[in-house]
Design a protein around this ligand. Structure first.
Ligand SMILES: *Cc1c(COP(=O)(O)O)cnc(C)c1O
Length: 355
């Protein structure tokens, strides 16, 4: 097992690609920083930890991950403060969640030291790729997949763990319109909804495509049994402010335990907001809209941070929400999170790792 940073071999690029990057016009997810971290698991242990130039990897067509989907990922972000120092948001939480995913998918866990050392080294090496422009950040993508060249169905004996990074701009540039999905489902009890597994995304693409053809950007997933209770919005946790109470569905095996969700709830509680983690049905949301008590709705996740919901489509009607300027809670929490991440205000919960 790798226990210290000194055992991570580093092979640097001969020429950085940074000069090709337009920091002022960043999009999301197509440009990657110079280096990546790679480690391979074989014979019951992680080995050959290395940082190498970001590049393509040769792969056998029989690589098991491509067939049976033993593949999981994480997503987190790094920011720059005014002094140009780099701060990573809540990496310890991502490490814990990665290992929860590993367990459910019969994959080997990644020791905390290996995760933290490799992530810190990589981000430090490519620190010039961390944008300092507003709304932009360095997205960090740790992921793991099975590598046995074998098409029998069983857990692989070998795996690869990689971390690469990407300078990114805003995920959504405007408030989103969401469609309540009452036919397809994202997760079932006993399934892998709480796991950050590739398969959860693969299955969501077709229903999302149908919603997009109807003019919505995302889906609001409902429970598999009755299609009544709200679960998540696309790949984000979802929250509502009704009558000055912040309401979000409770965690369970059909809901991904978002770290942004946790940060939002923590700040809300710090501020003395009334917070409820409980089941919320689409009927309750529609009722609140009719009564005029539905003040805010938003998605919460690393990629978008806070994605304001402009309208909710349900049974042929669009329920329009109040203008974003009037949304007191989500604007405040969005600003506060940004200020903590960019080191502008105190990090009272010790969320940030300086690399
Ligand atoms: C990643 C993810 C989220 C958000 O989690 P964060 O830790 O806040 O980024 C929410 N729902 C799903 C399904 C996800 O995959």
């Amino acid at each position: 097992m790798i226990t210290t940073a000194t055992r991570i071999d580093v092979k640097k690029v001969t020429k950085s690609r940074l000069s090709e990057l337009d920091m002022k016009n960043l999009t999301f997810g197509r440009v990657f920083s110079d280096h990546m971290f790679v480690a391979d698991f074989a014979n019951g242990q992680w080995d050959e930890a290395r940082i190498v130039p970001y590049d393509k990897m040769p792969m056998s067509p029989s690589t098991s991950a491509l067939h049976y989907g033993q593949t999981i990922f994480e997503g987190l972000k790094a920011y720059k403060n005014d002094k140009g120092e780099v701060l990573v948001s809540r990496p310890w939480a991502n490490h814990k969640r990665l290992n929860i995913s590993c367990e459910r998918m019969a994959m080997p866990i990644v020791p905390e030291e290996l995760f933290m050392e490799s992530l810190s080294m990589l981000v430090k090496l490519d620190k010039d790729w961390v944008p300092s422009v507003p709304n932009s950040s360095l997205y960090i993508r740790p992921f793991m997949f099975s590598t046995d060249e074998y098409i029998g169905v069983k857990p692989s004996e070998t795996y690869r763990f990689i971390i690469f990074t990407a300078p990114v701009g805003a995920y959504y540039t405007a408030p989103i319109r969401v469609l309540v999905e009452t036919n397809y489902i994202r997760a079932v009890e006993g399934g892998i909804g709480y796991v950050k597994a590739a398969g959860n995304y693969g299955r969501s693409l077709f229903p999302t495509q149908l919603a997009q053809q109807r003019g919505y950007q995302q889906i609001i997933w409902t429970d598999a049994r009755n299609h009544r209770f709200i679960e998540e919005s696309g790949t984000m946790n979802v929250m509502f402010v009704i009558d000055d109470i912040l309401i979000t569905p409770p965690l369970g095996d059909t809901i991904l335990a978002g770290i942004t969700r946790d940060s939002v709830l923590t700040l809300a509680r710090d501020w003395g907001y009334r917070v409820q983690e409980r089941k919320i049905s689409i009927d309750e949301v529609v009722d609140a809209h009719k009564k005029g008590t539905l003040q805010e709705a938003f998605g919460a996740g690393t990629a978008a941070t806070i994605a304001h919901i402009a309208a909710i489509g349900f049974e042929g009607r669009d329920y329009e929400l109040p203008p974003v300027e009037e949304r007191i809670f989500s604007n405040r929490v969005s600003r506060e999170l940004d200020d903590i991440r960019r080191g502008k205000i105190a990090d009272r919960h010790s969320w940030m790792l300086k690399v």
